[in-house]
Design a protein around this ligand. Structure first.
Ligand code: ADP
Length: 382
């Protein structure tokens, strides 16, 4: 298949009969560590993938947006009336209309545009294809219209598109990662202050690689389970008298747990508090250039998600166990859970054998064969 950027330009020419004015690209992401900490005002540490969504675009007259997506094979068209009423544009077009809506709502004079969208971020695998789509469209519209919207304010706007227009209650991580990540770095994001720091993550220099395994596990009851976890965390914070679980440190954990009667809430709180600390510990190791030492933290994060937060599924646990047995330095589920992807930190020359071991373990269990790719931290939206 030709390159994703070439396909966007070719698609634009075919759909609209002219060359685009330019191209804007935004990546998918994985979260290195820090799961379900975002809505507890805590810490996350995503990095961008070398998989991108590309928008080839040009302005058009009036307040009209015409959008072709290679993945859906359709062209949709909407005007200001439809945009101004969240819900009027449904399906994948809602991610695009949502960005236009959020920009207009923030008072920007959004240019009418024609866009051709291509992507090599797999949809619904937990790699944030939706944030990549929002970020690609947002950067295209900001540049085409010469809008005054610096990169640090863009994630909040894309998140509003997803929360209020699409109707998905996501945090700020995915959009921040897609827009703000840097090549060779992970993005340390404080979800309370929204402050970010770029942390060097030199896998190649350490002789390592990151294997991403798409488990293909169907997302079983993910929405309901997600809501239930949020509720438990809120209940825990309320019982402990803190604004959010971020305000409990690991030193205070035993005392805090002793104040919680419900064993399930205790487990949920323990995951969040220890996970925040694991993010801080990972950042400290990466800052010191001790990349290979983060392996045990990744694995500890997985165990916590499996036993305390109870958000893993058999396919995911199988992938983690098989990767570790085949020599991975650490492995964990990444993303919200109940499916999605597994990360395995491996010696650079061990990526294929570890991937083969996971595939063999899947075959043994009768699971659908997983997909995998080896990645290095890539740049954010351009
Ligand atoms: P993910 O983890 O991949 O973000 P979601 O279920 O949150 O999973 O978002 C996936 C949805 O985003 C798709 O079902 C589709 O509606 C939309 N989407 C993402 N990328 C594209 C694209 N390139 N073309 C059309 N729709 C897309």
């Amino acid at each position: 298949m030709t390159d994703v950027a070439d396909r966007a330009t070719a698609g634009f020419r075919r759909e609209f009969g002219a060359p685009p004015a330019g191209q804007w690209a935004a990546p998918g992401r994985v979260n290195l560590i820090g799961e379900h900490t975002d809505y507890n005002d805590g810490f996350v540490l995503p990095f961008a993938l070398p998989l991108r969504t590309v928008a080839a675009a040009d302005r058009q007259e009036g307040a009209r947006w015409t959008v072709w997506s290679e993945l859906s094979g359709e062209t949709i068209d909407f005007g200001a009336d439809e945009v101004d009423e969240p819900g009027r544009v449904a399906g994948w077009g809602a991610y695009v209309a949502g960005v236009v809506w959020a920009l207009r709502e923030a008072g920007h004079d959004v240019p009418g545009a024609r866009l051709a969208i291509t992507s090599d971020v797999p949809l619904g695998a937990g790699l944030s294809s939706s944030a990549a789509l929002e970020a690609a469209v947002l950067t295209a519209l900001v540049d085409l219209g010469g809008l005054d919207l610096p990169a640090e304010r863009q994630p909040r706007l894309a998140q509003r598109a997803e929360n209020h227009y699409v109707g998905a209650p996501t945090g700020i991580m995915d959009q921040s990662a897609s827009i703000r990540c840097r090549d060779g770095h992970a993005l340390f994001l404080d979800c309370r202050s929204e402050g970010v720091e770029h942390i060097p993550f030199d896998l190649r220099g350490a002789g390592l690689a990151m294997l991403v395994v798409d488990s293909h596990a169907p997302h079983r009851h993910a929405d309901g389970e997600y809501a239930a976890r949020r509720k438990s965390c809120e209940a825990g914070a309320e019982r402990l008298g803190v604004p959010a679980l971020r305000d409990v440190t690991v030193d205070q954990l035993d005392t805090a747990l002793a104040r919680l009667d419900d064993p399930e809430t205790r487990r949920r709180v323990r995951h969040v508090v220890t996970e925040d600390q694991r993010v801080l510990d990972t950042v400290a190791l990466l800052r010191a250039g001790r990349v290979r030492e983060i392996g045990p933290l990744l694995t500890a994060s997985h165990v916590s998600m499996r036993d305390d937060f109870e958000i893993t599924v058999p396919e995911i646990d199988t992938a983690v166990e098989a990767a570790l047995a085949a020599g991975a330095l650490g492995a964990r589920m990444t993303g919200g859970g109940f499916g999605g992807c597994v990360l395995a930190l491996v010696e650079a020359d061990a990526a294929d054998p570890v991937a083969d071991a996971v595939t063999a373990a899947y075959a043994e269990q009768g699971f659908r064969a997983p997909d995998h790719l080896t990645v290095l931290p890539a740049p954010g939206a351009v």
